[in-house]
Design a protein around this ligand. Sequence first.
Ligand SMILES: [Zn+2]
Length: 425
Amino acid sequence: MTSHTDKHLFAGEEKLKKQAEKFTRRVEKINDQVWFFSGFGGSNMIAVLGDDSCILIDTLNGKEPAEAALAELRTITDKPIRTIIYTHTHFDHTAGAGVFADSSAEIIAHTYKTQIYGHSELLDKISRKRGMRQFGSVLTREESICMGIGIWNNPYNTRAILPPNRLIDDESVSIVRGGVEFQLIAAPGETDDQIFVWLPEFKILCCGDNYYESWPNLYAIRGSQYRDISSWIQSLERMLNYPARILLPGHTGVIRGEETIRTVLTDYHDAIEYVLTETLKGMDQGLTADELAETVSLPERFAELPYLQEYYGTVQGTVRAIFTGYLGWFDGNPTSLNPLPLQEYSDNMIRMMGGAESVITEIDSSLDDCRYQWAAQLCDLLLHSPSCPDGIKKKKARALTGLGRMQTSANSRHYYLVCAKELEA
Ligand SMILES: [Zn+2]
């Protein structure tokens, strides 16, 4: 295989490397009172200097990045931090809080609207395992490249989370801290407790994770309850009601200019709505999740936009999530109601293919030809069988490594590469 072909095959990896170049550590002065911290960890932080105190919106994703940001903040102001506002309570925005303040500070967040399913704690182990795969915790910095929407940063490093001690439940609340007005507006999106913060005096909108420069993570492959995409669309509509001149997202860079912000948010909204409605229409025609994952894609006018590239979430993952969210696991084909047990199916397939040896021959030639998905699926046939020959795990690891390098989405890349390492262990 020539290096030219390699480059094309691993275009996803090249694209992700290019994206990673954007994530440099910097403190941007937005105006005399507002500072934007990015590149310290995997997420951003906003500091607002009031007359007698400093107010933080989000607190980065761990103790170490927060300490580095605090050192920078102290070169700007020595005002005490008495208020922290979380745009949502995902750890990547709350895990640095304890570095900036103690529990006597006011920590504001919105309540969850949807109930977390009962007994979810029984999924602790697998949630953690899949989370580590998605975030690439065991990968080196080079293997990981970046988080797609921020620098790579070990999500399982030290956490200094402060739980919220003031939960708001209203659709919209206005508070004044340090002489600055903060409007907190409910905007369920990536999470159900998501808010955006509007600073009317400065026409600044801090949108948390409801917008960042990537196709959004409408489904997280680490696994989570269905994220209501129609609510996310409504939240973007709500954001468009505010004449923002500066948009400060929870990840990726600042967007400036009322016109640009309106265009970006409108495109984001329209593209998400397009995928939701096209998927639902296809489902209504009786198409399965597999079929829709193949056929629903962004039209050219959206696909070419730099802020809708699949650095984090993927359109295909979104389509599958919508299917499961609205219709559940059953694809509608009665063959799928009671499929053969995996082992019986695999044994039948291997027998028909002429036995394990000929399957291995096909796996090897697929790997040599970079047909990684086919190779991985063939490896699974053998791995499901109790008489699986030696060395298949290593072959599957090679297939997964190839697939990982083909991805633009950092989450998908990490998942493939971590699983490859697990198989090689
Ligand atoms: Zn985030």
